[in-house]
Design a protein around this ligand. Sequence first.
Ligand SMILES: Nc1ncnc2c1ncn2[C@@H]1O[C@H](COP(=O)(O)OP(=O)(O)O)[C@@H](O)[C@H]1O
Ligand SMILES: [Mg+2]
Length: 256
Amino acid sequence: MEIWAIANQKGGVGKTTTSICLARGLAAAGKRVLLLDLDPHASATRSFGVPAEPTPAGTHEVFLSATNLLVNLARGTAVDGLQLVAAQPALATLERRGATQPGLGLALGRALHAARGSYDHVLLDCPPTLGLLMVNALAAADRLVIPTQTDPLALHGLADMLRTATMVERSRRRPLPHYILPTLYDRRTRSGVQSLDTLRDSHEQRIWPGAVPTDTKLRDPAVITGAEELQGRGAEAYAKALNWILNVADRRREAA
Ligand SMILES: Nc1ncnc2c1ncn2[C@@H]1O[C@H](COP(=O)(O)OP(=O)(O)O)[C@@H](O)[C@H]1O
Ligand SMILES: [Mg+2]
């Protein structure tokens, strides 16, 4: 089982959209995929049509008791092969409790370990805040995918995220390979083109050579979580990005 964290310390860069599109790409390739929503704002959960009321069981339960298993918390989706663990607003309070309750930080890793025979891939859709939830996701992850909006301000968010990844690598003493995915790319704007150039120059090996264009189809939750295969430029870009991530990882494994 491979665990991918989809993270960036900036909001609105396409983390949730990327999580959903990569998850369904893996599911379409025949993998058993679990998408775990770690964001208290629950965008992925809402996108899949899980109602906010009554509060769904999901990620919060993982932190409440070790007897709450991911396989029991996961729910089916319209996408064949893709299951979802829902997020709840109460996740936000974990960040505060985390400091005082020892062991809370290990809960996610333990739950993932217990689920390792049930899925081929688990994707962790992270919140934009650097706290207990994100650090735990990074600590448990085999790979880190960093969606990065192609605008000048987003480049700062990326630098913060890379520093955090390095910190996690040091503390867990295991590499965390990361992959940068340029998103929301608008080639008609000068700042978009320049930002993409800057990104490519500074992260040669780690950046996907393409870019996910802005595509209104990706804005429609019913479309991106629906049973029908995704169509359009955005979907095609995500399919290529997924292949690139998988191939880069295979090459690394061969080299090791
Ligand atoms: N490639 C894209 N084209 C058009 N809209 C996009 C694209 N990627 C994301 N969006 C939209 O941008 C907003 C932020 O994306 P989201 O994936 O929720 O980011 P994050 O999870 O980082 O906050 C959402 O409204 C989403 O539908
Ligand atoms: Mg999100």
